[in-house]
Ligand binder design. Structure first.
Ligand SMILES: [Zn+2]
Length: 177
């Protein structure tokens, strides 16, 4: 735990917070300066400054919890979407050196702006970036397969018809039953 870290203060209870979920490794709290009502952040109880420091197992756990928080937001707050968002590093908007996943409830015209202007790259620029990225991924180390895949319905959807598959994803995105 880092002494002067606000997020560690929340984990240790030195700073009051509205906890909506807690287990032995992860905590989810309401953001007092959130973008919309119900904006939560999911935090590891261990002090990891940025995502690169978080062990794979803990990171997996955090995204599982973020998914549950997102589902709870849909159920409880009657919203039409969520953004699950990480600001990694100061230029990306990270303000506290303790890794956090934001789960943001969204409605049409809610004034939250996470969009950007698309920039068209030339073929040459794309090829250069592709090459650099492949080298970078080699240096980042092996990406291990999960030990066991769960047989959940979503993961198990195996339609080979691209049109049907696309419709399935659109239904999921708009939550049409
Ligand atoms: Zn911390």
């Amino acid at each position: 735990m880092a002494q002067n870290c606000i997020v560690c203060g929340i984990v240790e209870g030195r700073i009051p917070s509205k906890k909506v979920y807690e287990d032995d490794a992860v905590l989810a709290v309401l953001d007092v300066n959130g973008s919309t009502p119900g904006h939560c952040f999911v935090i590891p109880k261990t002090h990891y400054p940025i995502i690169e420091h978080v062990p794979d197992f803990d990171l997996g756990r955090m995204f599982v919890v973020s998914n549950k928080i997102s589902s709870a937001i849909f159920q409880a707050l009657n919203v039409h979407g969520t953004n699950i968002f990480v600001a990694n590093g100061i230029p990306a908007g990270q303000t506290v050196a303790h890794f956090t996943i934001n789960v943001i409830p969204r409605k049409e015209n809610d004034g939250v702006n996470l969009l950007w202007q698309p920039k068209q790259l030339t073929e040459e620029e794309m090829s250069t970036v592709e090459l650099k990225m492949k080298e970078g991924i080699d240096k980042a180390g092996v990406i291990e397969e999960p030990k066991q895949r769960s047989q959940s319905k979503a993961a198990g959807h195996s339609s080979e018809d691209p049109e049907e598959k696309n419709e399935y994803y659109i239904r999921q995105m708009t939550r049409i039953p």
